[in-house]
Design a protein around this ligand. Structure first.
Ligand code: ZN
Length: 284
């Protein structure tokens, strides 16, 4: 799943290309909206909401799209070749006299009345990068089911909107608890949601989902994607496993020294202690 900071950048790029301009051509290549006549409408704005994109048009219409795993939007200048994928993967085309936005492999392409946007995004929790970010409400939602594993609660967009698997794993690390720790047992959930907002905010204008503050490739994350490599804090090898029930399970990464809490026995048994395992554990 994409992270909310990536969607924020996609929305900004689309907004810059489309906002205020008249659509000279527009096609939605999905059965439900194949005949929608959008040409002649003006694009008002393109806004992110969690991981959803809302393209608002005059006349009270909103194009709701979601990228899920591998959808993407590209913007091309007039006459430029479209290189984002084969033509049959194109799901949406929004053209103006300045350029054309092309949506590839979008699993969600839905046209709705702007007043009905709540049907598409009303279930989402507070948006980490939204103007209406509400940390107290995010904490309340996270703790409403206190026995859920932390990584799962963080990924549930109904609790707070914008976290994907990279940030979910990294947030478990900075909180000093394993991904399986019950969310109700996490010390200082208020600091956790604030840290989540800081992480996404720091990355909303740059690629890479950098959580360590170190922009060098290979040093950008504490544990995510680092299985078998030394924890940057204590050099114990980082472990990996799966959390959740298939097919909705996900890869998780954690440091068995820096992160306290439950973890599958087989993963921990195979772990070798690191040389630096006498250091200070992180945490709040
Ligand atoms: Zn560590």
């Amino acid at each position: 799943m994409p992270e909310g900071d990536s969607i924020y950048r996609v929305a900004a790029r689309l907004h810059e290309a489309l906002a205020g301009r008249l659509l000279t051509s527009a096609e939605l290549r999905v059965p439900a909206h194949a005949t929608a006549a959008l040409a002649g409408r003006r694009v008002l704005e393109v806004r992110p909401r969690g991981k959803h994109l809302l393209t608002r048009l005059d006349g009270g219409l909103t194009l709701h799209t979601h990228l899920r795993m591998d959808g993407h939007w590209e913007v091309y200048r007039p006459g430029e070749r479209w290189t984002g994928g084969p033509a049959h993967q194109i799901r949406a085309v929004l053209g103006t006299d300045q350029g054309t936005a092309v949506g590839y492999r979008l699993p969600v392409v839905e046209l709705l009345r702007t007043t009905d946007e709540g049907r598409a995004v009303g279930h989402l929790g507070p948006d980490l990068l939204g103007p209406d970010w509400d940390p107290a409400e995010a904490v309340r939602r996270l703790l409403a089911r206190p026995s859920r594993p932390l990584v799962e609660a963080l990924l549930d967009q109904r609790n707070l909107a914008g976290i994907g698997n990279v940030y979910a794993n990294e947030l478990c690390f900075v909180a000093g608890v394993t991904p399986w720790t019950e969310v109700g047992q996490v010390p200082h959930p208020d600091r956790l949601v604030e840290r989540a907002r800081q992480m996404l905010d720091a990355n909303k204008l740059r690629p890479g989902h950098i959580t360590t503050g170190d922009t060098r490739p290979g040093y950008r994350h504490w544990v995510y994607g680092r299985a078998g490599r030394p924890c940057p804090r204590c050099v114990t090898p980082v472990l990996t496993g799966r959390q959740g029930e298939a097919p909705r399970d996900r890869a998780v990464f954690w440091c068995p020294y820096c992160q306290r809490g439950p973890a599958p026995a087989e993963a921990v048994t195979n772990a070798r202690p690191g040389r630096g395992a006498g250091g200070r554990r992180p945490g709040w």
